[in-house]
Design a protein around this ligand. Structure first.
Ligand code: 13P
Length: 251
């Protein structure tokens, strides 16, 4: 089963509108050098309109870093899926560990966000991952299973086609401590196996599972060589055109 690689950059709470457009344009140019893969960027909400506009003619995909479940209403501070599609933004990260840990988002809330996205033609990138304490106490698989089962609650096979999963071990995010390629592959294989118990095997085999957590130019090739790693979700190294370009053009 061949899955088209997806290289995604999560810009988190960085960059002004001007800086975002410059970076997006530089990435769009590089992306065209390595065309057999999907490239996605997730700028902050403030830059989404300008970035979406700037790269509209390129194949570069643009995502929001979160999305609400309702189309409109009294939800101070939230952005709806239809507000995203209005900008030409058809992707959204949901359940990032920073949302879970810093902002207290529960799996139930993340599941609502995911359904809100799906109902409005926005592709969710569902993030999951264990903390260091959970890994050290050998709870990794149990934690991931719970996050996946709760995150994908009531998701049909037809809807799963539109979802990308991202395994981001919390202990590897922003720490410079990447999971080894063996650790990452082990978890990705576990996730795909779990999907096989929830859906048809052929569907599980077609779903892209990204790895995230200190992905850099010097570890991208090893990570992408793993059977079940179909792409990456990059934080820090996605903020410079040079390092992200090297990651996009992995070998
Ligand atoms: P870093 O690449 O900075 O570790 O961040 C990973 C991440 O959280 C991407 O969503």
């Amino acid at each position: 089963m061949s899955r088209r690689p997806l290289i995604a950059g999560n810009w988190k709470m960085h960059l002004t509108v001007t800086e975002s457009v410059q970076l997006a344009e530089a990435i769009a140019a590089t992306g065209s050098n390595c065309p057999d893969r999907d490239v996605l960027i997730a700028p902050p909400f403030t830059a989404l309109a300008a970035v979406s506009n700037a790269v509209a003619k390129s194949p570069l995909l643009v995502a929001a870093q979160n999305v609400a479940w309702e189309q409109q209403g009294a939800f101070t501070g939230e952005i709806s899926p239809t507000m995203l599609t209005d900008l030409g933004v058809a992707w959204a990260i949901v359940g990032h560990s920073e949302r879970r840990q810093i902002f207290g988002e529960s799996s139930a809330m993340i599941n609502r966000r995911l359904h809100g996205a799906l109902a409005n033609a926005v592709h969710p990138i569902l993030c999951i991952g264990e903390t260091l304490t959970e890994r050290e106490s050998e709870q990794t698989f149990a934690v991931l299973q719970q996050q996946i089962e709760e995150g994908l609650d009531q998701v049909t096979a037809e809807q799963l086609h539109n979802i990308v999963l991202a395994y981001e071990p919390v202990w590897a995010i922003g720490t410079g401590k990447t999971a080894t390629k063996e650790q990452a592959q082990e978890v990705h294989a576990f996730i795909r196996g779990l999907l096989t118990t929830m859906y048809e095997k052929s569907l599980a085999d077609s779903i892209r599972i990204l790895y995230g957590g200190s992905v850099k130019p010097d570890n991208i090739d090893d990570l992408m060589a793993q059977t079940d790693i179909d792409g990456v979700l990059v934080g820090g190294a996605a903020l410079q055109a040079e390092s992200f370009s090297r990651i996009i053009c992995f070998q």
